[in-house]
Design a protein. Sequence first.
Length: 145
Amino acid sequence: MQPSQKMRDDATGRYLPVIYPEELPFWEGAKKRALWLQRCNGCGKAWYPIGPACPHCFSMDFAWTPMSGRGRIHYYVVYHKAWTPWFEQRVPYAVIQVELEEGPRLTTNMLDCPVSQVKIGMAVEVAYEDITGEITLVQFRPSVR
């Protein structure tokens, strides 16, 4: 099976992720408002990015598992340049790396928070952004808990 080939949403001009077959459980979970990652049946650790084997013990025995969606900002960067036309009205914006309670780190966007309030160690929770009828992005926002 080939990865999704559509690179840009015609309606918004926003670039779309390339989705490979081995990533389908992640993307299908996002559409259902659930964060699913791989968890090793050998050592029990979850990981990201998606891959064919556990990066901790190299076992190829894993299961797709729901994550809590809670974590903390490990690092972030604030962009002041619009790298594509879609971002022109969104600068400045924060790209964050979230360390989930379960351990994996995801790099994504911060929603619903002025960039001046983004801080390392800040508690965040998963949020979902529908881009097209087929693609929902996993994003984060400040935790309300």
